[in-house]
Design a protein around this ligand. Sequence first.
Ligand SMILES: [Zn+2]
Length: 385
Amino acid sequence: MSGEQLTVLEGLDYKSGNPVRVTISEGKIREVAPVQEEADGSLPWIAPGLVDLQINGYFGIDFNTLPLTTEAVQEVTRRIAKLGVTSYYPTVITNSPEDIERLVGIIAEACDSDPLTGQCIAGIHVEGPFISPEDGARGAHSKEYVTAPDWELFQRWQRAAGGRIRILTLSPEWDNAPEFIAKCSAEGVTVSIGHTSATPEQIRAAVAAGARMSTHLGNGAQLMLPRHPNYIWEQLASDELSPCAIADGFHLPESVLKVFLKAKAEQLMIVSDAVFLSGLAPGEYDTHIGGKVVLTPEGRLHTAHNPNILAGSAQMLPFNIEHLVRSKLCTAAQAWEMASTRPAAFMGLPAAQGLNEGAPADLVLYNWEEDKLMVREVYKNGSLI
Ligand SMILES: [Zn+2]
């Protein structure tokens, strides 16, 4: 035997800014050691891989539309890995029970038939159909399929998914929600509150039953709310809830992001919530459910008939990090953490160990060009993507 294969990378530690040499073997970080910076200052930044808790699709491939092939899921995995996303939760939204079952089954099969996909998909996020039937709160989810929490149904999907459903977004406004949430929690499924018009009491009952996350807080909400109390204040005030936010600059005003950061500090996480049109060129597109939509050169996605109405997010995590940094809401290191080690820690993934000895070698090398984040190289479990 010639001994173990070593990969050595040099870069600036994303947190400290100090030049480091990262030694990788057998998929793990073996050592992170300080080095002298090269005189020409050419070292890229080096950081743990990004972790996205909510992605609906990419590059024209939609996790929510049949037919979906295992190859398509694998293609999304490779494409977003190149953007630095080394762990993610494909998100299947409100649909007919049969279609949800099929879709999660195909995603599970994609994991089983391709090692990289199996490693990158940390779990499946099912968003709905146990959400609010109310307009505004329901967002773009089809009212036809919105229904009260149903344990039998959920078990059916979980079987089809081979136990891979790790996050479930629901609204606790249904009478049986606390009981259902307690069952999910007992099985290790993270229950997230979203697309809700629940009362503060119902939110508190959900938290008491085990809900621990808020899905895209501040979005998927009614346009008009009582000033207080309301479900946004209640979730912000709940110490047990770790919220996710879409920080693309289009979904939430900077003042709201700032308040979320202050109120939730180390608990706030960033998700892309990207739809299948993400990664495509600006232009007008036809969507099967939402009609015509427009993706602007700035990266904003809106309905064609009314530019004021967003049609989902079209950006991946690096774009969200850029926005947080550009708007000076936090440091680049903090923004990166909110999109990598923090969601990893929240979901109990080994990637939570970050840029440290023993961590999985999920690594991103990148440069900042002005305020653009340019990804150079990405490693998943030590293998170059
Ligand atoms: Zn949503």
